[in-house]
Design a binder for this molecule. Structure first.
Ligand code: ZN
Length: 221
C-alpha cells in the first residue's frame, strides 16, 4: 500500500508541475516549454521509482523477477562501471528466486541469487546496492562458502570472516560510487529483526549482529 501511495504521489506531483508550467507558458511556447520539462521532471521509470513500486505481494511473477534481475544488473554497473567483466574478472549473473526468508548468496564462478523476500525487505536503492555489492564481493574475493545456509564445508569462524571481508569490500564499492554506508547497517538490521528464519538460518541471525557491529566500528574510525 505504501508503495502504491509513493508512486501515485510521484505521478501527481509531476502532473501538477506540468500543469503549472503549461499554465504559465504562452500557447506558442508550449512545445519549447515541454523540452526542459521532460528533462527536469522526474523520470517515472527511474530506478528509485521502480524500487518504490515493487509489489507488496510475497512471490514475484516471472516477469517481475526478470525486471529485478535487470535492475540489479544496472545497479551493479553503477557501482563498477559498464564493463563488469573487466572490473571483476567475471561477468556476474543475477537470479531472483522465491523464498520465504530474506536471503542472498553467491555461487562460484559468477552467480548471485537474491530471494524475493529480501527484495521486499529492502527500502532504498542504496540498500539494494549494498546487498549486490556484498554478494559480488564473495565472488570477487573467491570465497568458498558464499552465504549458503546449509554449507558445512567451512567453519563458523571462517564464515564470519568471509562475511566481514565481503562487507568491507562492499563498503569500498559503495564509497567509490558515493553511496552512503548507512544503507549497509539499515538493511542488515531489518533482516535480523524480521526473525523470519528457519533453523538453518538461525545462526545467520547471530552473524548479522556481528556484521552490524563491525560495520558500525569501521564507520566510527
Ligand atoms: Zn555474505
Amino acid at each position: 500500500m505504501a508503495c502504491m501511495l509513493a508512486c501515485q504521489a510521484h505521478l501527481v506531483s509531476a502532473l501538477i508541475r506540468l500543469g503549472i508550467l503549461l499554465a504559465l507558458s504562452p500557447v506558442s511556447l508550449i512545445p519549447v516549454a515541454l523540452i526542459p520539462a521532460l528533462i527536469v521532471f522526474p523520470n517515472l521509470a527511474s530506478a528509485e521509482d521502480f524500487l518504490l513500486c515493487k509489489p507488496d505481494q510475497y512471490a514475484f511473477s516471472a516477469q517481475q523477477r526478470l525486471q529485478w534481475e535487470g535492475y540489479a544488473h544496472d545497479l551493479l554497473t553503477q557501482l563498477a562501471g559498464d564493463d563488469l567483466s573487466a572490473f571483476f574478472g567475471f561477468s556476474p549473473i543475477i537470479k531472483v528466486y522465491h523464498a520465504r526468508e530474506a536471503n542472498a548468496f553467491a555461487q562460484s564462478p559468477n552467480q548471485i541469487f537474491i530471494s524475493d523476500a529480501l527484495i521486499n525487505t529492502v527500502e532504498s536503492r542504496n540498500e539494494f546496492a549494498f546487498v549486490l555489492a556484498h554478494e559480488v564481493s564473495h565472488l570477487y574475493l573467491q570465497h568458498s562458502s558464499s552465504d549458503r545456509p546449509l554449507q558445512r564445508l567451512t567453519s563458523a569462524n571462517e564464515l564470519i570472516d568471509q562475511e566481514l571481508q565481503a562487507d568491507a569490500n562492499a563498503l569500498k564499492m559503495l564509497a567509490n560510487a558515493q553511496l552512503s554506508a548507512q544503507s549497509a547497517t539499515s538493511i542488515l538490521r531489518r533482516v535480523a529483526d524480521q526473525g523470519r528464519f528457519n533453523d538453518d538460518v538461525l545462526e545467520n541471525s547471530a552473524a548479522l549482529r556481528v556484521r552490524i557491529e563491525a560495520i558500525e566500528r569501521w564507520g566510527s574510525h
